[in-house]
Design a protein around this ligand. Structure first.
Ligand SMILES: Cc1cc2nc3c(=O)[nH]c(=O)nc-3n(C[C@H](O)[C@H](O)[C@H](O)COP(=O)(O)O)c2cc1C
Length: 360
């Protein structure tokens, strides 16, 4: 047992965070035209007392814009929009990483800009439907299986987006290897049925995410890069597979050499997924020599317990940050939390986004 306070400063790479509370990445669909704006800057500025903010999923390329109104980080206009966000957060003493999320097979042509297409490791559609602004709910289409040229161009898009993130003033990037999006589509044998060097064995299924991590780390410095993982997750049509533990343990072991700073493990059992076994969490934590972030269903008590038991260095809070811009103060002073309005999670405009009151 160590005596680590949730409210004391912590280091992350070369940064000193003002506390160990991380704002988890949350898609909020306020980026009209896929460009961040003043409203988005205001939302993050309100939450800048978090030790670290992880932005909503941000597409590294047009092909990665699977959801309606999510932002990108591949055009000059988007870089300029993100500068509003990073300047606002830094002015309040906060730190912020962009979560690079390529949606892969999770998307719909009605959400994609002209010329973009749904690509994935294999031509296997996600089950269920997805929301589009122009056509309502639509079945997930079958994506096109990526060619070798697509692998190269998509890796390059991640690298360019990471460079753009630094240009836009971000402190770093988180690679979204969780929740059923492109990188996890390579990791899972359910969604990756390739017969080339990128599918089949665990080593092959990990090849793409490791190449992306290495290339991004080389481009902006590993101390500015993290990777999010969600073993046992069922978001976006993901399904269970036998070698989940071995796959993730191997991935974490191999990520060490890429130089990336942190592993961000999310247990989505509070959202209805099977629980990540305690033994796997412990094994991943033990295997990782640098910063480890835990996420999923935390309150102050649970967060303090994982820190005290050495199970994580930082703790990410998701839904509590939606309704409580001053979450850190509320946790520290044991103040009551505002109720969440689920109906405004993904709707455009300020309602349910920048209008939650602070305690003071
Ligand atoms: C509205 C909403 C949007 C989310 N969007 C993302 C996302 O873009 N990227 C991601 O990695 N996780 C996303 N998540 C998952 C959260 O980061 C977090 O892991 C989850 O809410 C569980 O943590 P919590 O119990 O503290 O809310 C989202 C969750 C919510 C509620």
């Amino acid at each position: 047992m160590s005596n680590v306070s949730l409210f004391a400063p912590a280091s992350l790479g070369k940064l000193t965070l003002s506390n160990r509370v991380v704002m988890a990445p949350m898609t909020r669909s306020r980026a009209l035209g896929n460009v961040p704006n003043a409203l988005i800057a205001e939302h993050y500025e309100q939450r800048a007392s978090a030790g670290l903010i992880l932005t909503e999923g941000v597409a590294p390329s047009p092909n990665g814009l699977g959801y309606a109104r999510i932002p990108g980080l591949f055009s000059a206009e988007q870089v300029a929009g993100w500068k509003l966000v990073t300047n606002a957060v830094h002015a309040k003493g906060g730190h912020i990483f962009a979560q690079l999320m390529h949606t892969g097979r999770v998307g719909h042509p009605a959400n994609l800009p002209e010329g973009a297409e749904l690509i994935a490791p294999s031509a296997i559609a996600a089950s269920g439907e997805m929301y589009t602004d122009s056509q309502g709910m639509q079945p997930h289409p079958v994506p096109r299986a990526m060619t070798e040229a697509d692998l190269a161009s998509t890796r390059a898009e991640f690298v360019q987006a990471a460079k753009n993130a630094i240009e836009a003033g971000f402190d770093g990037v988180e690679l979204h290897g969780a929740n059923g999006y492109l990188l996890e589509q390579f990791i899972s044998p359910v969604t990756n049925q390739r017969t080339d060097a990128y599918g089949g064995s665990i080593e092959n299924r990990l090849r793409f995410v490791l190449e992306v991590a290495q290339a991004v780390s080389d481009a902006i410095g590993g101390h500015r890069v993290g990777v999010r993982l969600s073993p046992y997750g069922v978001n976006a049509g993901m399904e269970q597979y036998a070698e989940t533990d071995e796959t993730h343990l191997t991935l974490v072991q191999k990520l060490i050499a890429t130089g990336v700073e942190y592993v961000h493990l999310v247990d989505h059992s509070p959202m209805g997924a099977p629980e990540v076994p305690a033994a796997l969490k412990a094994a991943l934590r033990k295997a990782w020599p640098r910063t480890f972030i835990a996420s999923g269903g935390f309150d102050r008590e649970k967060a303090e317990a994982v820190l005290a038991e050495g199970k994580a260095d930082l703790v990410a809070f998701g839904r509590p940050f939606i309704a409580n811009p001053d979450l850190v103060t509320r946790l520290e002073k044991n103040l009551p939390l505002n109720a969440l309005d689920f109906g405004t999670f993904y709707t455009p405009g300020p309602k349910g986004y920048t209008d939650y009151p602070t305690a003071g």
